[in-house]
Write a protein of this length. Structure first.
Length: 187
């Protein structure tokens, strides 16, 4: 059992010392995730890794109970996603044309360089999550938290092989949705 999991369990049981010991450990891990995520952003982005961690942590504080390390990092990935989407919305109060941009999926990181691209991905991921919430969580962990397939699999409690299959399916589905294709793979 990792230190994070042990401290999360102890903090959930009401141990105030564990909650105090958890903050520095969790902050460092969140900072690493945010640094990896923000490394893919264009230079001069108004949101930096420190701000992303602080905003995400503030959102996580309201949910005091986590069912282990995987649940915590899934919540952290979602919080980081929401922070980035909110920042993109503030930048793009009026969307230019409102039409989806056509992009290749291997350029997925590049679409987050513009607020419109991040909003398109957010909308597509929300639509995907209505039918496939666990697969959408996998995308959040991979894309927004920067986890590898095996790290995301561990966080979700699934095998790496299942995570790899889900990742391929999610990539195909999101690719078709972002391109505006009518023949989406069935979810």
């Amino acid at each position: 059992m990792s230190d994070v999991t042990r401290l999360l369990d102890a903090a959930a049981a009401g141990d105030r010392r564990a909650a105090a010991d958890l903050l520095p450990l969790v902050y460092d891990e969140l900072r690493k995730l945010a640094t990896a995520r923000m490394g893919a952003e264009v230079p001069g982005h108004t949101l930096d890794a420190t701000a992303l961690v602080h905003e995400a942590y503030l959102r996580l504080v309201s949910d005091q109970h986590f069912d282990g390390r995987g649940h915590f990092f899934a919540a952290a990935a979602e919080a980081m996603r929401r922070v980035m989407v909110d920042a993109a919305r503030r930048k793009a109060t009026v969307r230019r044309g409102g039409a989806r941009r056509r992009v290749r999926f291997d350029e997925l990181r590049a679409i987050t360089e513009s607020p419109d691209g991040l909003l398109d991905l957010h909308d597509a991921l929300d639509l995907f999550a209505t039918e496939e919430p666990l697969k959408a969580k996998l995308v959040e962990l991979r894309f927004f938290a920067g986890l590898s397939v095996s790290e995301a699999a561990a966080a979700l409690g699934i095998s790496p092989a299942t995570a790899a299959r889900w990742w391929e399916f999610a990539r195909l589905w999101l690719f078709a949705e972002l391109r505006g294709e009518d023949n989406l793979p069935p979810v």
